[in-house]
Write a protein that binds this ligand. Structure first.
Ligand code: PLP
Length: 452
């Protein structure tokens, strides 16, 4: 690119403060005069990308641990079990990190259950099985493993579980997942707690199902479960839902049911567009909203957080392949695409994008300044919907430069696909200054292995 073209690409505006999520991901200088470089813990991400290629998912072990600890602290005064929601990120080493902090798991398929059992064979007693369509094979696996709780979502599913448990001579502990008809402020695709959604059972119907379940000798009524959606930042919605659940628990106990567990689901959102308040403060507010309605009930609380544990613990590194301008519209064509990170295309989700190395005229601390431009960041896939950011103000970057897409630890790699016969990215875990591959980059041969 010529100097003239470079300056034409620059807008006059100066970058606003862009603060990268500390402490897991922060800028540092490798020498006094060197540009700011993005680090994950004590690991230089530029060096990592150069060594292992891009696109590359990188996770901070410390961030996962810290966030699990924040939950534990916020709920320390009540009997509880954290059941990490495997769907948010099911890479085996991520599950191992979670298991290492003594958390349990929430699974929504037999596949997820097998992943958890692979990582921790004796963890079944802290596994809850959620999901609207568990099939008989999945129920068999869960029953034989001896999981803690089945969250049941319909009358038919309850009957299928009773039949399967009877055949296997097992007893299944169940909660009915109720649909509290509470509106959560989030994207419509990830809101689940209204009657128009496929999830859960309306509370009056749930009461009938509990009565039916109590007559089945192979079922044990153990709890009430609720999950109203994901990426919820207004904790008032959780309070509303738990108030209805608490009322139901009282009624069920009056009817003679032994309700030991309340499963409050997951759903706590993360601040994708700002650094937000400290996580500990956010979880404390969440804990207050969940616990207040349950006060005096003497229950064991189950929690199923996913995004809030792993989301901010991951970044996706990508390299700029080409700069392109269609009339006045600017594009950065990068080597990551919607098959690697679907959230922007699927939900119009916003992920902050920052340069891995920042050459801004004046860069100090965590604040980047310098020339910026408004550009789309798009992948190489043949779809107009293949974008990672639209009309985004970014520091002016050149072909070959690296970008980091932030907060991609949850619903990132798990939503990946092979569309356009693209291999899934490699994934790495960072522990301080050490890093290791936890999922190798998928080759075309890997992709074709199952085909005849
Ligand atoms: N539990 C259930 C039943 C879910 O469907 C989900 C995701 O939507 C979660 C837990 C995890 O939610 P989140 O990742 O928002 O914490």
């Amino acid at each position: 690119m010529t100097g003239a073209a470079k300056s034409a690409a620059r807008s006059k505006s100066e970058a606003k403060a862009k603060i990268v999520r500390a402490p897991a991901f922060a800028y540092r200088r490798t020498a006094a005069t060197a540009p700011l470089t993005l680090f994950c813990e004590k690991t230089n991400l530029q060096a990592l990308a150069e060594r292992h290629g891009t696109p590359l998912y990188v996770y901070s072990s410390g961030a996962i641990r810290d966030r699990l600890h924040a939950y534990e602290r916020a709920f320390r005064l009540v009997p509880h079990t954290l059941c990490y929601s495997v769907k948010a990120n099911s890479t085996l080493e991520i599950l191992r990190q979670v298991a290492g902090q003594k958390a349990g798991f929430d699974v929504v398929s037999g596949g997820e259950l097998e992943r958890v059992l692979r990582v921790k064979p004796r963890s079944a007693t802290s596994i809850v099985f959620s999901g609207v369509g568990k099939n008989v094979q999945e129920m068999e696996l869960a029953l034989k493993s001896g999981i803690l709780l089945f969250n049941i979502e319909s009358a038919s599913e309850l009957r299928a579980l009773a039949t399967t448990a009877r055949r296997l001579k097992k007893k299944a502990s169940i909660a009915i997942r109720v649909n509290p008809d509470v509106s959560a402020v989030t994207h419509p695709y990830i809101s689940t707690g209204l009657h128009q959604h496929k999830f859960g059972v309306p509370i009056p119907e749930a009461q009938m199902l509990y009565a039916e379940a109590a007559k089945e000798s192979n079922l044990k009524v153990s709890g009430v479960s609720v999950h109203i959606g994901s990426q919820i930042t207004d904790v008032g919605s959780f309070k509303d839902a738990l108030e209805r659940v608490a009322e139901l628990v009282r009624e069920l106990r009056r009817a003679g049911h032994d309700i030991r567990y309340v499963d409050a689901g997951g759903g706590l959102g993360i601040p994708y567009q700002s650094t937000g308040e400290p996580f500990a403060k956010q979880v404390a507010a969440y804990a207050k909203a969940v616990l207040e309605p349950l006060r005096g009930l003497d229950i064991h609380l189950l929690l199923e957080p996913g995004r809030s544990i792993v989301g901010p613990a991951g970044v996706l590194l990508t390299r700029i392949l080409y700069r392109k301008t269609n009339n006045s519209k600017r594009f950065l064509i990068v080597d990551a695409a919607m098959n690697d990170l679907l959230r922007p295309s699927l939900y119009g989700a916003h992920h902050e994008i920052v340069p891995v190395k920042h050459f801004g005229a004046r860069s100090s601390g965590q604040t980047l300044s310098g020339d910026t431009e408004v550009t789309d960041v798009v992948g190489p896939i043949c779809e107009t919907g293949d974008f990672l950011a639209r009309d985004r103000e970014l520091p002016v970057m050149q072909e070959g430069d690296l970008l980091a897409i932030l907060d991609t630890g949850a619903y990132g790699s798990v939503l990946g696909s092979n569309y356009n016969t693209r291999g899934r990215p490699a994934e790495m875990l960072v522990e301080g200054a050490r890093s290791r591959i936890i999922r190798r980059r998928e080759s075309v041969r890997d992709q074709m292995r199952l085909e005849v």
